[in-house]
Design a protein around this ligand. Structure first.
Ligand code: ADP
Ligand code: MG
Length: 589
């Protein structure tokens, strides 16, 4: 099966590039050209919506930018079509950067709404500008010439369309399997986890957005030369919805799903446009209704899209372990045992009238395991979030290795050497265990999207995977590195989070309730891992609800209740304290 998958791409590429040479009807060539043009746009949406989780209804407008640039420059200015490609792509990049900077900070439903708004606005501009021909558009676009050969609009242009579509598919495939690609794949799980790994989520949202716009603009440029004319209709919001439909139908998140979705939509749409008016008895765009119904059915029964069935028939091959002997990633200078590492000074956090953390102070020295315990609602997680920069301080200060970090962004704090796990596990479920842990190596590597698309990042990738495997072995999970993280039980998932945090090469490890929800045996295994890490000299702040678990591990314990520090001492002192007992008994039983 793996061999079949490997052979599939060259076979498919040969077929699509050679199709015009076969004795097939012209109509087939036209349909196939449309599929290639659509797939370019849908591919961008697979990346943007499927992978990064950012829904855009406005992609057709970027197609329009590419098409209108080509049309205007070729007919009114008379420049070479190959030059207009660069201008069109450049304009799309600029537009995407501006629109993205404004809209990508929006959350939830506002972003899709914003894409509708600018999709309409751009289309309205095309339809109302005198110099763009208003609703009639621009006519008489010359055909493309390559080495003196006129490509025309049929059999000649088809190989160019498909060359670009296939190259784009390879580039996106390469990107997704890379350092920046993993950052993009992590976006769907929310901002907190990627930011804690040092990833600027806005930057990668913008990268996905710009790349999707570029692919749309290339499709538009090809479209202008394919049709030899442009008008506003093919770049309307209706078309934008249709592009999204192709991406969702084929498979959100699957590169080849974009091609499958485009093919299904193009072929079925053509049939429906003839069939439906006959059935219903009047003319109209009834296929939209059918697509709407199909979309609901697909989302219900195959939310991963049609391509997921192909993946089920021929599962993707397991990653080839090619990183033996790769050089280690850069490491930071480690604090000497006993050095003051973290100094929490009277930190305070209020939520409205509620004082969640009330002037709490404590210190952590290098090589120590410090436990932060207290009943539910005591303010442990809030303290944790103040230290890691997830929440802003209301008062107080935090210094780490002598530098103030209070008020810094969490990715800046990660850069300085504090790494963390999450009370509610935040792994990327459809990435393997190894890829999840490799996310931790983000700040110790540098390759960007362009390098990744051209596959010039292999050396660094090997170093990242070698590090990820090393950290998995350290916590005893080397054997499960190829499994999907989402398929693991909670206990192993928590261990993977620890391995990911270790891959950042932390000077201080912060764990938020790592034992919560674990079974007895899993707790013991976790305890062993933490003791092992301590013996290797790592410093740990362990936030925990389960007293017994902390007692056997921590050197010192800070007890919180109702937002305040109740006491601090050795496990024996804490255990002997009537105050602590009262706090736990009072709220627990
Ligand atoms: P713990 O982790 O010790 O169980 P938390 O730090 O989660 O406690 O919560 C401390 C208190 O702050 C609780 O009363 C909780 O309801 C409140 N709290 C926590 N986060 C928020 C928030 N984002 N908005 C309002 N109240 C919050
Ligand atoms: Mg908590």
């Amino acid at each position: 099966m793996a061999a079949l998958r490997r052979a599939a791409f060259p076979a498919f590429a040969a077929l699509m590039l050679g199709l015009p040479l076969l004795p097939v009807p012209d109509f087939w060539i036209t349909q196939s050209s449309y599929i290639g043009l659509y797939a370019l746009v849908a591919l961008g949406l697979v990346l943007l919506t499927g992978v990064a989780g950012l829904t855009s209804f406005g992609q057709a407008a970027f197609v329009g930018i590419g098409a209108y640039t080509a049309a205007f420059l070729a007919t009114k200015v008379g420049v070479s079509p190959w030059f207009t490609l660069f201008v069109g792509v450049g304009l799309a990049v600029l537009t995407a950067l501006v629109l993205g900077a404004i809209t990508l900070r929006m959350s939830g439903h506002y972003l899709p709404l914003a894409t509708i708004a600018w999709g309409l606005a751009l289309n309205y501009t095309m339809a109302n500008m005198e110099w763009l021909g208003k609703y009639d558009g621009l006519l008489g676009i010359p055909s493309l010439k390559l080495f003196g050969l006129d490509l025309g609009t049929g059999r000649g242009l088809h190989p160019l369309i498909w060359t670009l579509a296939l190259l784009a598919a390879l580039a996106v495939t390469n990107l997704l399997d890379s350092r920046p690609g993993r950052a993009i794949r992590a976006l769907k799980s929310g901002a907190t986890m990627p930011e804690a790994m040092g990833i600027s989520t806005l930057r990668y949202k913008l990268a996905a957005f710009v790349l999707a716009a570029v692919l749309a603009a290339v499709s538009g440029w090809l479209f202008a030369h394919f049709q030899r004319s442009v008008s506003p209709t093919p770049f309307s919001i209706n078309k934008g919805i249709e592009y999204l439909f192709m991406a969702v139908l084929g498979g959100v998140g699957h590169v080849w799903g974009a091609f499958l979705g485009s093919a299904v939509v193009r072929l079925v749409e053509d049939q429906l446009q003839v069939l439906l008016p006959k059935l219903i008895g009047t003319s109209g765009n009834f296929e939209v209704i059918v697509f709407g119904i199909v979309l609901v059915v697909v989302l219900k029964y195959a939310p991963q899209g049609l391509w997921s069935f192909v993946d089920r028939l021929a599962p993707p091959a397991r990653r080839h372990r090619d990183w033996a002997g790769a050089a280690a990633l850069p490491a930071r200078s480690k604090p000497g045992r006993g050095e003051l590492l973290l100094d929490v000074q009277a930190v305070r956090k209020t939520f409205g009238g509620l004082v969640a953390v009330n002037d709490v102070s404590f210190q952590i020295r290098a090589g120590d395991i410090v436990g932060l315990i207290g009943p539910n609602g005591a303010g442990k997680s809030t303290t944790f979030n103040l230290i890691t920069g997830v929440l802003a301080l209301t008062g107080g200060a935090v210094t780490f290795r002598g530098q103030p970090i209070g008020g810094h962004a969490s990715r800046e704090i990660a850069r300085r050497g504090i790494s963390r796990t999450f009370q509610h596990v935040k792994l990327v479920p459809d990435m393997t265990v190894l890829e999840n842990v490799a996310l931790g190596g983000y700040l110790r590597s540098a390759s960007g999207s362009l390098k990744a698309m051209l596959r010039l990042n292999r050396d660094e990738e090997r170093r990242l995977f070698a590090e990820a495997e090393r950290q998995l072995a350290r916590i005893g999970m080397g054997g499960q590195m190829h499994e999907l993280a989402g398929n693991l039980a909670l206990g192993p998932q928590r261990l993977v989070e620890i391995a990911r945090a270790l891959a950042t090469d932390p000077a201080l490890l912060l764990l938020d309730e790592p034992a919560a929800g674990l079974r007895h045996k899993e707790k013991r295994a976790l305890g062993d891992v933490l003791r092992q890490l301590e013996s290797e000299g790592l410093s740990i702040l362990l936030v925990e609800h389960d007293m017994d678990f902390v007692m056997g591990l921590a050197d010192r314990i800070v007890v919180m209740e109702f937002g305040t520090r109740l006491m601090e001492g050795t496990p024996a002192e804490v255990q002997a304290s009537p105050q602590v007992r009262a706090a736990y008994l009072g709220t627990e039983h």
